[in-house]
Design a protein around this ligand. Structure first.
Ligand SMILES: NC(=O)c1ccc[n+]([C@@H]2O[C@H](COP(=O)([O-])OP(=O)(O)OC[C@H]3O[C@@H](n4cnc5c(N)ncnc54)[C@H](O)[C@@H]3O)[C@@H](O)[C@H]2O)c1
Length: 249
């Protein structure tokens, strides 16, 4: 039997990058998948290769509590409620702190962190009723290395870690775990768009890593799949660095 048989995973940022790879892996592990993104998730749905009745994919802006409520209503009615929440959607713009406007700061916090508030508010009560749940946030290794010009991003990713740590305490009695994954710079559509395909940043970070190759989506997906299933039942409130040995916790 597959590890996630009869489980329902809600994945944000599912149209591409890490979110898309996570959908594919959780589907391979037997989960029904609900995909949320502002981009079309049709390609991801096809990639997952599961029956249409076991998939939800809809336009969902995760900064909107209304969009998330509509997603939840469809997940409840069509798939039977959420067991696994993976919040992967995010933006990662740079800006020196002195040049940063409050609007810029609020936008990054809204997409990366406030969204987690709305998502957990919507989906965690259902997990509590089921007495089983997995809350998984995609944070970032930048929280640990704190590179310049990323203050809003790093603050949002640190906030995500803090939220998951506290939720792990509040919901442990209900069979719910809450953890984050902190990837290194990883080759995805978003990262290549933002930093450039051949950007020297991809080479620079190799110097920081023990394992001297660029991180791929598959590296991150393995950690998420582990946190999503019963193999990780006694692990909660943790942040797993997926960074080739850059930081040692
Ligand atoms: N790729 C990396 O190097 C890296 C490293 C560490 C952490 N991360 C984190 O991993 C996550 C995924 O990154 P990625 O590289 O796959 O990025 P990506 O840009 O390839 O994918 C992000 C997805 O999020 C979606 N999204 C953005 N704003 C949204 C909104 N308001 N509502 C719904 N969906 C929205 C985008 O449309 C996109 O499909 C992000 O949270 C990012 O911060 C990425």
């Amino acid at each position: 039997m597959s590890k996630l048989n009869n489980k329902v995973a809600v994945v944000t940022g599912a149209a591409r990058g890490l979110g898309q790879a996570i959908c594919k892996r959780l589907a391979d592990d037997g989960a029904k998948i609900a995909m949320a993104d502002i981009l079309d998730c049709g390609e991801t749905a096809e990639l997952c290769g599961i029956d249409a009745e076991n998939i939800v994919h809809r336009h969902c802006d995760i900064t909107s509590a209304e969009d998330i409520a509509a997603l939840k209503a469809e997940v409840d009615s069509r798939l039977g409620g959420c067991d696994i929440l993976v919040h992967s959607a995010g933006i990662f713009p740079n800006c020196p702190f002195e040049d940063m406007t409050f609007e810029f700061w609020k936008k990054v916090l809204s997409v990366n962190l406030d969204s987690a508030f709305h998502l957990c508010k919507a989906f965690v009560p259902g997990m509590k009723e089921k007495k089983w749940g997995r809350i998984i946030g995609i944070s970032s290794n930048t929280f640990h290395v704190a590179p310049g010009t990323m203050s809003a991003y790093v603050a949002s990713k640190g906030g995500l870690i803090g939220l998951h740590r506290v939720l792990s305490s509040e919901y442990a009695d209900f069979g719910i775990t809450a953890n984050t994954v902190a990837p290194m710079l990883t080759r995805t559509a978003g990262a290549e768009e933002h930093f450039g395909k051949d950007n020297e940043l991809f080479n620079i970070v190799l110097d920081w890593q023990d394992i001297k190759r660029p991180a791929e989506a598959a590296d991150v997906v393995g950690a998420v799949a582990f946190l999503a299933c019963d193999d990780s039942a006694f692990i909660t409130g943790q942040t797993i660095p997926v960074d080739g040995g850059t930081i040692k916790l």
